[in-house]
Structures are given as structure tokens and as C-alpha cells.
Write a protein that binds this ligand. Sequence first.
Ligand SMILES: Nc1ncnc2c1ncn2[C@@H]1O[C@H](COP(=O)(O)OP(=O)(O)O)[C@@H](O)[C@H]1O
Ligand SMILES: [Mg+2]
Length: 432
Amino acid sequence: MTAPRIRPRDRDAIVQSLRAGVVPRIGQQHIQVGRANEVGALIQDLDRLADGGATSRFVIGEYGSGKTFFLQLIRSIALEKRLVTVHADLAPDRRLHATGGQARSLYAELMRNTATRAKPEGGALGAVVERFVTQALTTARERAVSPETIIREHLAELSELVGGYDFAEVIAAYWRGHDTGNEQLKVDAVRWLRGEFATRTDARAALGVRTIIDDAGFYDHLKLLSRFVLLAGYSGLLVCLDEMVNLYKLTSSQARSANYEQILRIVNDSLQGSAAHLGFLFGGTPEFLMDTRRGLYSYEALQSRLAENTFAAGGLVDFSGPVLRLTNLTQEDFYVLLTKLRHVFATGEQSAYLLPDEALTAFMTHCSERIGDTYFRTPRNTIKEFLNLLSVLEHNPLADWRSLLGTVQIAEDTDLEAEALGADDELADFRL
Ligand SMILES: Nc1ncnc2c1ncn2[C@@H]1O[C@H](COP(=O)(O)OP(=O)(O)O)[C@@H](O)[C@H]1O
Ligand SMILES: [Mg+2]
């Protein structure tokens, strides 16, 4: 097998992200190891999505096990399959359901991170809308009718959906802007779609519509968007929501329930096939799923839908259910990962490798001595230090890796935030 070539742009994105302790947004395939079955299952989901299906999956793993990496990897594959993707981390001020603007804020964050194959790093919503217009122009030419006819047909389709009337009006405004060379109108239309209008008055003045995308419209607008991207020539919409544990951390049980109810709507729609070309990936920790007091399992309807196949135990697995457990990386996976990192660092040039194979095993031994023999299970810090080591070698060609290795400090990966969730939080439930 010949090793793949690496584009300098991918190389830099990967190295910079990992050294900063974050998951890269592009190029994940160059460093992906293990989890062939999990990836295979999700590729099937994506194909189903493109075929008109709806899917939702809960990617569950411990802190540091690779949830974010997995979500970003699947997102990249989705882009290759001509889906549009949006992604965001949940946070105290970014939720699926709220009344104080937090759901709109999650929506706006998703829209900022709209990506397509041509713009994998985000900021693609404007380009998607523009593509809707050019697509309509092409169709009009093919069918020898006026562009207005096609646009009107498409807008009629959108207006049928919940919240679709104003959505269609906004697209019509964009089209007018396109047709008459009014750039401001186009900018305002995209701003509206991005959930960036804060008041109805402003939206009305700019676009003549009476509504804005607000907390209550969160899910309906994602459904609208999934229909819209189809009209723009893409095959569907994948929504990735990470750090779902933030819902588990909500102190108000009412707020938690309202958010879990929103998740139930999404899960029901995908199980019953009442959404189309729309997929959801949720990333969360085991307590977010299983805690019967505050997790998804505290919401009975979700517990029954998400209960795992009881036959899939004792080493047997089932990748067809809505819950996908990420098993930890193995020691062999970790070794392969080091070889891939070395390869990426050298921009795919074997002759530029900075370390021999024996240094990789020595590095692993070093990690094991420093932080214990399960060091490969949560590899964030070890990856970071490995890249730091490569960087020192790159800038100091005369340095010897053996003497450097002894100086490499490695801290264990720990979830400081979870530890901060202290005992007085137990009482917080009563403090609605
Ligand atoms: N399958 C994988 N292949 C290569 N690297 C991985 C894989 N899974 C995780 N990683 C790396 O492990 C580290 C931790 O993963 P991350 O996705 O941040 O964990 P989590 O989101 O579960 O806390 C990151 O540096 C990530 O790049
Ligand atoms: Mg993560």
C-alpha cells in the first residue's frame, strides 16, 4: 500500500488543531484509526439520508474517547456525498429548547458553521442560497420557461411547511436582490436565514416579513433548510450537535425536560419517517444518556426508544440502533495513529520522517510509564506532546530523539469541567 499524499493545507490544519488540543475540521481521514464498523454504519446512514430518509444517532463515549473526532469525520464524509452540514457545540447559552434566546443562539451557531464540499470549513450558507438561484436558472433554461416560474414553484413547495411562508418570502427577497442587483437585499436575506435578526421590526423593515427565526422555530427551520438545500441541488442536511452533556448539566428540571422533548420530536420524526433528507448526530457522554435522574433516560419516552439491544452484550455488537457506543482506541490503534501523525507532519514524504519506527514504540513506553498503561484510551494530550516532539526535531535537526524523549512531560486527560460539577449541584434541582 502506498501512503496517501497530504495537501499542505490539510497538514497545517491537522497539526495546528491537534497541538492546540482541538479536533481538526478538515483532513480527519488522514489520521483516522480504528472504528471501521462504526464508520461503516454511519456511511449507511448518510446514504439513506441522500435517498430521502431521516436518521438520528447518539454517539456516546467517555471524555476523550473521540466523539468530537468521530462527528467531524462523519461530517467530512457527508460533504463528499454532497450533503450540506451544520454543526455546533451545546453550551449553557446554546440549547435545543429555550425561551430566552438560547435556542436561536444555537441555531445561529449552526448556520455560521454551514459547510459544503466547496467550503468545508464553514460560512457556506450564502453560497448555498446563491446556488439555489443558479440551479433555478439552469432548470428554467432546460425547461424553456422563465426563471420566475421555477422560483415560484420552489417557493410554493417551501411555503407548505411549518414556518415556510416567511422562509419562502425571504428567499423571494434574495431572488429580487439577485435580479435587480440589490446586494443589500441579498445580504439581509442571508442574515435572516442565519437567525441573526433580533427583532421583528428590523426584519420587517429590511425584508417585509413579519417573523424572525426565534427559539420556538428551531427545529422547524432545520426541516425547512433540509428541503431548501435539496432545491439548491444538494442531497440533504446533516446536523451535528456536540457537547450534549450541557443539557444534563441544566439545573432546572423543567428546562431539561423541554430540551429532551425536543430531542424526542427529532427521534420520532426519524423513526417514523416524517422528516426527509435530514440527519442528526448527537455527541454525548454516558451520563448524558444513561443517568436516570438527569440524563436522556430520565425522560421515559426517550429511554424506551433509546434502550440498547439486550442481546448485544458480552462482546456482541449491534450498530443498527440509535445509540452508537464509541469503544476506546486500542494500543494497536494508537501505534497506527502515531505512524499517521508522523506521515502527516512530513506532508506525506516518507524521506522527511523525523522519527524511526523504534521511536514510536519508545514514545508509547514513555507514555505508559508517565500516565499508566491505559494512556492510549484518551489520546488528546499524548497526541499533542507527540506533535510537539516532532516540532522540536524539525527546528533542531541535530537534536537526538532519545535524549528529547526523556524530557517529554505528559499530563493525563481529565475533564476539569465535570469535576467542577460539585456536590452542591445536587440541590440545584430545587432551585428552579
Ligand atoms: N478514531 C480516531 N483516530 C484518530 N484520532 C482520534 C480518533 N478518535 C479520537 N482521536 C483523537 O483523540 C483525541 C480526543 O478525541 P475527542 O474527539 O476530542 O474526544 P471527545 O470528544 O470524546 O472528548 C483528539 O485529539 C482526537 O483527534
Ligand atoms: Mg468532544
